[in-house]
Design a protein around this ligand. Structure first.
Ligand SMILES: [Mg+2]
Length: 274
């Protein structure tokens, strides 16, 4: 018999651990200060699943982002004849002021994006392994799946392929599609919604940066902050890491994306008593 129960009808219907299992690695995941997040209204209304790429579809302890980060520093060093420390300081300045180093270079120096993107994404991805659990979980989600990234399409494609995830996604909205205006700018999300005919009220956004979830929440998306597992090595910079109390624009926190999504999948074992 077909079970027509919504897989996450409301907060009382959250997936629960079966005997012998660890608790689901999300939904009730405390944030840094130990305060639990509100459970929200679930995700049964969602028909479009939107994922950031870097440090979201692969974990923060992966060495991929540090490699890109170092290439950005090296690019600035070559471009301006700077030593490493000065390049790094300039990179952080651009990031904090413009959202990305590329945006800073384009705004302040009129530099085109192609050379920058080719250089900074020219990295060894051999450390990335296919993530079967995540691929299975994303495949099982009902509806459309899209990637929304501040990186390039080529980087997203190569990374998704290495993770074994490329076939699951309908399309990628990259920094060129955003006219080189990075998240968290509102214009970028609005352009994304229009390009892909996404109704934000029926969509969910996954991102490892809390600031990138503010506008999605304002537009009506459900938001999920993807964080490292407790004790997991985190290669993100200190200024990127969310450390405050749970703000209202974050609906869920997930430290294990595959487990989070598996708990939501309609054909997953139903463990709730409703
Ligand atoms: Mg990211």
């Amino acid at each position: 018999m077909n079970d027509t129960k919504p897989f996450l009808k409301d907060s009382s219907n959250m997936p629960r651990a079966r005997a012998g299992e660890a608790a689901p690695a999300a939904l009730k995941q405390p944030v840094a200060n130990g305060e639990a997040l509100p459970l929200g209204d679930g995700l049964s209304h969602v028909d479009t699943w939107v994922f950031d790429l870097d440090n979201t579809l692969y974990p923060a302890d992966c060495d991929l982002w540090p490699k890109i980060d170092q290439r950005i520093t090296l690019y600035l060093s070559h471009l301006f004849g700077l030593d490493g420390m000065s390049s790094r300081a300039l990179q952080i300045y651009y990031y904090q002021r413009y959202g990305t180093t590329l945006c800073g270079l384009m705004e302040e120096h009129g530099i085109g994006p192609d050379d920058f993107l080719d250089f900074t994404h020219d990295i060894d991805r051999s450390s990335l392994l296919p993530n079967l659990a995540l691929a299975t979980a994303i495949t099982a989600l009902p509806g459309r799946k899209l990637i929304l990234t501040n990186g390039s399409r080529e980087h997203a494609l190569r990374t998704a392929r290495a993770l074994g995830l490329a076939a699951m996604f309908e399309d990628i909205f990259d920094i060129a599609d955003a006219d080189f205006v990075p998240k968290p700018a509102a214009a970028t999300y609005d352009r994304f919604f229009e390009r892909h005919a996404v109704d934000p009220a029926r969509a969910v956004m996954f991102d490892d940066l809390a600031i990138n979830l503010i506008v999605p929440h304002e537009r009506g998306m459900t938001t999920v902050l993807v964080v490292p597992k407790p004790g997991q090595l985190d290669h993100r910079d200190a200024f990127e890491i969310f450390r405050d109390a749970a703000p209202p624009y974050i609906d869920f926190v997930a430290s294990d994306l595959a487990r989070f999504l598996t708990g939501l999948a309609p054909d997953a074992p139903v463990t709730a008593d409703v």
